[in-house]
Design a protein around this ligand. Structure first.
Ligand SMILES: NC(=O)c1ccc[n+]([C@@H]2O[C@H](COP(=O)([O-])OP(=O)(O)OC[C@H]3O[C@@H](n4cnc5c(N)ncnc54)[C@H](OP(=O)(O)O)[C@@H]3O)[C@@H](O)[C@H]2O)c1
Length: 508
């Protein structure tokens, strides 16, 4: 097994404090999120010696499973991930238990079975009364599950703690987000609620903060005097797959912009927090949102929907022809926005955000484009404005940080050329794949550390920014869709959004 201590010591950090011994109860344990992320992440923590001892997992879903079939099912999933040996998996899987039930059951039925199971597991494994509930379910089930957990006397403890993790989407607008929170707050207080935006758990996103605030070189120029514009691209080459029912009601603005893209913008633009801890970080990210100017749908937003096209040499369907999509759907699958942050640091620096499905390639990047030198004494490289310095935080693929600057080509003539200084995780740290963000999110939630989780105020404010754009589009989707081919970089208007300001997208 890897040793969490040695690994972190190498990187100059102290031994991580382990969470309290606890039970993680996963609602929706037979679903996709559990298979792909939750169990593999908990097992990866186990392999790094980062789980508490004793520790157990109890799964809850409708499937007709028992402890053994649950373990076999998860074993089949784990064959596809890196592990730390068959024997270790065997030991780990003995800590997994299952309760069959329906979220809508009366508290005296399956929730009572859950209460009994928690007691049996606790006493058998000598675990204190600490329980983390992870709701890996549709958000429409959150209210029912939390209310019934309370009715079944599972939400309070005299001797230990109770916490709950909930997954996005947090409502579909500000009003529904507030209603959802009201229901959750009837049972749990804010310190017990862990709202996941998995982007915050990504190594590269945390490294953006480290880059800015642990290195003295860039912070003095991190402002309108030196930065020309900031671009955030979150591009997917996949379509909606089998998620039509969800996507038709959601669209790209709710699914990506209100959460992940605004989160990346906040991390890029925030003022230095006093400490790397939840309160300080959250206060600064909310301040950024409060400084965002009203977004005018007609002037500052380009929406789109994908047509048929070709991705990696394969023909793909248009959005309207995907299974279960309405043939006259105007649901956007692409958005580009120009955002203005009205504060001392960022006045007049445009933040261009772009995200979409069925784009040319899967790529997530935050690019800082610096202003050109005030006077260039050398021959210009090009007239496209790109002979300047760029700092790129690449979140996927090939995670790393890249700085592009001008250098002289060797030779008799003085010729300039853009060159790169690169930091890549795989070459620097010798790891082919970064840990899933869920590892750190689960680890932190077990420790009660909310730094990488969202506060309700941030969510309300983010909806407050995006709601007017969605409302206006839904009242009058004036652009004829589809308006971009699968395999392209989106509608032509997204290029024009930057061209009218003398700029162009850096990710192409
Ligand atoms: N999948 C992802 O990659 C991903 C990523 C980020 C966020 N999320 C969020 O995570 C949550 C879960 O997503 P998912 O993709 O895992 O969903 P999913 O595959 O549809 O799984 C839903 C789970 O809920 C259970 N379930 C549904 N209704 C139930 C009921 N009435 N009683 C008991 N169990 C019931 C299902 O169990 P049975 O079918 O066995 O009954 C299944 O285990 C959602 O909020 C989603 O937005 C997912």
């Amino acid at each position: 097994m890897e040793d969490g201590y040695v690994e972190t010591k190498k990187s100059g950090m102290s031994k991580p404090q382990l969470p309290d011994p606890c039970i993680v109860v996963i609602f929706g344990v037979s679903g996709d999120l559990t298979h792909r992320e939750l169990i593999p992440s908990l097992y990866a923590l186990n392999c790094k010696n980062l789980l508490p001892t004793p520790f157990a997992i109890i799964g809850f879903a409708r499937r007709d499973w028992n402890d053994d079939t649950f373990r076999q099912e998860m074993n089949a999933t784990m064959k596809t991930v890196n592990d730390c040996g068959v024997e270790e998996w065997e030991r780990f899987s003995q800590k997994m238990f299952y309760v069959k039930g329906n979220f809508n059951d009366d508290p005296s039925l399956s929730y009572k079975d859950l209460a009994k199971k928690i007691e049996i597991v606790r006493s058998k494994m000598n675990i204190p009364d600490n329980v983390l509930f992870h709701l890996a379910t549709s958000p429409s089930d959150y209210g029912t599950i939390i209310k019934t957990l309370e009715a079944a006397s599972l939400t309070k403890s005299q001797t230990g703690w109770r916490r709950v993790i909930i997954e996005k989407p947090f409502g579909r607008d500000e009003t529904s987000a507030r209603e959802l929170d009201k229901d959750i707050h009837k049972v749990f207080n804010e310190e017990q609620i862990f709202r996941v935006d998995h982007y915050l758990g990504k190594e590269t996103v945390q490294n953006m903060l480290v880059f800015r605030f642990a290195n003295p070189g860039f912070e003095p120029i991190w402002n309108r005097n030196y930065i020309d514009n900031v671009q955030i691209t979150v591009a997917e080459d996949l379509g909606i797959g089998t998620r039509a029912n969800f996507y038709e009601k959601t669209g790209i603005l709710r699914d990506m912009v209100q959460n992940h893209l605004l989160q990346l913008l906040c991390i890029t633009a925030l003022e230095p927090p006093v400490k790397f801890e939840a309160g300080a970080l959250r206060a600064e990210t909310v301040k950024v949102l409060n400084s965002i100017c009203k977004i005018d749908l007609l002037k500052h937003v380009v929406l789109g929907q994908y047509d048929e096209g070709e991705i990696n040499g394969e023909k793909v369907l248009s959005y309207k022809n995907e299974k279960n999509v309405n043939k006259s759907s105007t649901t956007p699958t692409f958005a580009a926005l120009r955002i203005k942050i009205d504060n001392w640091r960022w006045a007049d620096v445009p933040f261009y955000l772009r995200t979409g499905k069925r784009l040319k390639s899967k790529q997530t990047e935050v690019t800082i484009q610096f202003k050109p030198t005030p006077h260039l004494m050398f021959p210009k490289v090009s007239n496209d404005g790109l002979d300047t310095n760029f700092l790129r935080f690449q979140l996927q693929p090939n995670e790393g940080i890249f700085y592009t600057f001008m250098a002289k080509q060797p030779g008799a003539e003085l010729r300039l050329q853009p060159v790169n200084l690169n930091f890549q995780y795989n070459t620097t740290f010798g790891i082919s794949e970064l840990p899933s963000s869920y590892q750190w999110l689960l680890f932190d939630a077990m420790k009660g550390d909310q730094t990488l989780f969202l506060h309700a105020d941030w969510i309300y404010k983010a909806w407050n920014i995006i709601d007017p754009v969605i409302e206006k589009w839904e009242a009058d989707p004036w652009i004829k869709v589809p308006n971009y081919y699968s395999g392209s970089w989106g509608p032509k208007d997204a290029e024009i959004l930057l061209q009218v300001e003398g700029r162009q997208w850096n990710v192409t």
